[in-house]
Design a protein around this ligand. Structure first.
Ligand code: TRP
Length: 316
């Protein structure tokens, strides 16, 4: 449970900040421009990726536009990523390979976060390159770092609400990959994956997409329920917060709200998490849970619509 914060958890979650790095000093450290040139020299690449990634917040200028526009940089980062596809798939990934690519991914996260480079990044379909790292089931550290750092890039894309970004991610089928992490990832990966699903569903198109078929709704609500059950033994307030927000958002869709009358875990309604929720300074999670239970109680039974037979299937 109490794992040390992994590298590049990316400022998405204030719970796990990385220690601030000392600022890069121009006198004895290479400039960004020099480092970007070095990135194209294979023998210098490993060290350069590490230097750029460690200092990415500390350079004088925003590095995202430089990363995106400089000659050969994006090609080098993508080359790093695809170079480990084979070991990733064959379960032979080493810690060094994982660390090296996580440094490349941390740089992609800068590009994904910056308002000027985010849309070009999306339009070039760069997120697709990360999907093989999210489509693994191994729980070892190498795989977990890769999963978490990849999710950090997607998390950076959805952090600021942008309908175009959501539509693009829906088309690329990110949701099943997030659901997989929500099943098998570490607590922090689960939290980032749930945050991504939450942000997607908060968009109207995203909610419609998830609720458009019974299968989609069920695969989301089953994974949410499975995480809730696991939280009873291994509490995590930040994960619970995102799960509750996901459930609350689902109640905005009438069919989903009706279906939740049967598939919401009972532990959410019986006070099991009261103690955990009280440890949180901000009230929002408690209010969301209250609203969720209210919405479900108000849902009328026997309505038609796409899930009309769901309750029958689920035996009520
Ligand atoms: N191809 C599947 C679909 O479009 C992908 C999928 C699986 C999915 N589970 C999902 C999409 C849950 C949205 C929500 O249905």
């Amino acid at each position: 449970m109490a794992n040390p914060p992994p590298p590049h958890s990316g400022g998405l979650f204030s719970g796990a900040p990385s220690a601030p790095e000392p600022p890069a000093k121009d006198e004895n450290t290479a400039t960004v421009e020099q480092l970007l040139l070095d990135l194209c020299k294979l023998e210098l690449r490993d060290k350069t990726l590490e230097l750029l990634s460690k200092n990415r917040e500390n350079f004088q200028q925003d590095i995202a536009p430089l990363l995106w526009h400089s000659f050969g940089t994006m090609a080098a980062l993508l080359q790093e990523i695809v170079s480990i596809y084979r070991p990733v798939a064959r379960a032979t990934l080493t810690q060094d390979q994982s660390n090296r690519v996580c440094n490349a991914l941390a740089l992609l996260q800068c590009v994904a976060s910056h308002p000027d480079t985010k849309m070009p990044f999306i339009n070039a379909q760069i997120p697709l390159y990360l999907y093989p790292f999210l489509n693994t089931v191994y729980k070892t550290k190498e795989y977990e770092y890769l999963r978490l750092t990849s999710l950090g890039v997607i998390g950076a894309l959805v952090k600021v609400d942008d309908h175009e970004v959501i539509v693009n991610l829906l088309n690329s089928e990110i949701i099943p990959l997030c659901l997989l992490t929500m099943e098998i990832g570490s607590e922090i990966s689960k939290t980032v994956a749930t945050f991504i699903v939450q942000k997607i569903m908060l968009d109207d198109t995203g909610l419609m997409y998830v609720c458009s078929t019974r299968e989609r709704f069920l695969s989301v609500s089953n994974v949410l329920a499975q995480m809730v059950d696991a939280l009873v033994k291994q509490p995590s307030p930040r994960l619970l917060k995102h799960i509750i927000r996901c459930y609350l958002r689902l109640t905005d869709n009438p069919s989903a709200c009706d279906a939740l009358r049967t598939c919401l875990p009972t532990v959410l309604a019986d006070g099991t998490f009261n103690g955990l929720l009280e440890t949180q300074k901000d009230l929002s999670t408690r209010l969301w849970l209250h609203q969720l239970l209210h919405n479900i109680a108000m849902a009328s039974s026997g309505r038609g619509g796409p899930y009309a037979d769901l309750n029958r299937i689920m035996g009520r």
